[in-house]
Design a protein around this ligand. Structure first.
Ligand SMILES: Nc1ncnc2c1ncn2[C@@H]1O[C@H](COP(=O)(O)OP(=O)(O)OP(=O)(O)O)[C@@H](O)[C@H]1O
Ligand SMILES: [Mg+2]
Length: 241
């Protein structure tokens, strides 16, 4: 495929849980090397969108294309193998395992093709984790858990990293550190699709932004366009920046 094609393309994706339809025809593109933010109020379908990309939720209509291939309906094992990584909303750090052991878990499964980071390299780059390598998941702060969850995804290997509310519940100083980390990861060549409730963080990191409202994309544009559009911010996010 040519480099001009998006790395990820959702086209008219409908999906939900049993009888409940959540996504009502979602179309979006993520180009190679971009950071794209997906924002919107609670319950509009942001997590469901990420789960659908990963293949944990199967679309009832529409297509998901990744790296030039139709991956609609493939399960998570297949998409992860192709280089899609998800850091879920709940972080899912193993509480009984140490930092080192949590990172080692990332070595199993994972991607066959993506650049995989060595656990030692993660411990060196994420200094806090290096200092806490023998601490158990339960003893880590929220920020450290988030960094560990991201680190584990890098060890598993990702060309496209899906991040679900990585700054949720973190103190402002830690929000800045996690933001900086996401920026570095992107600069190193990993494409990022970021779901955020923190609109300021999303706008500061993203090349482009999509707003989701009740299962539909209602805005697409550059952060500056969104910032200039108070009525969209107010109507679909209930905030003004
Ligand atoms: N496993 C599930 N079974 C049934 N309904 C679900 C399930 N998970 C989510 N939903 C419903 O689907 C809708 C969209 O949820 P989703 O988690 O995608 O929203 P979200 O935009 O990520 O919200 P939040 O900002 O709260 O994380 C909500 O109404 C939610 O209650
Ligand atoms: Mg969510």
């Amino acid at each position: 495929m040519s480099d001009g094609d998006p790395l990820l393309r959702l086209d008219g994706v409908r999906a939900g849980y049993g009888e409940t339809q959540v996504l009502d025809g979602v179309s979006l593109d993520v180009n190679r090397g971009e950071t794209v933010a997906l924002i919107g109020r609670n319950g509009v379908g942001k997590t469901t969108t990420l789960r659908t990309i990963l293949g944990a939720v199967t679309p009832t209509a529409g297509t998901v294309r990744y790296d030039g291939e139709d991956v609609t309906g493939l399960g998570p094992i297949e998409t992860v193998r192709r280089g899609v990584g998800l850091v879920p909303e709940e972080r899912r750090v193993f509480p009984g395992l140490t930092v080192e052991e949590n990172l080692a878990v990332g070595r199993y499964g994972g991607s066959e093709t993506a650049n995989r980071r060595d656990p030692e390299e993660v411990l060196e780059t994420f200094e806090n984790l290096g200092r806490r390598r023998r601490s158990r998941g339960t003893d880590l702060s929220g920020g450290e858990q988030q960094m560990l969850a991201i680190g584990r995804a890098l060890v598993a290997g990702a060309d496209l990293l899906l991040l679900d509310e990585p700054t949720e519940g973190l103190a402002p100083l830690i929000v800045d550190r996690v933001s900086e980390l996401i920026r570095e990861i992107n600069e190193e060549g990993i494409t990022v699709l970021l779901v955020e409730q923190n609109v300021a963080v999303a706008l500061s990191l993203a090349d482009r932004v999509y707003i989701l409202d009740r299962g539909r994309v209602v805005f697409e544009g550059a952060p500056a366009e969104l910032e200039a559009n108070e009525s969209v911010m107010e109507r679909h996010l209930g905030v003004t920046v």
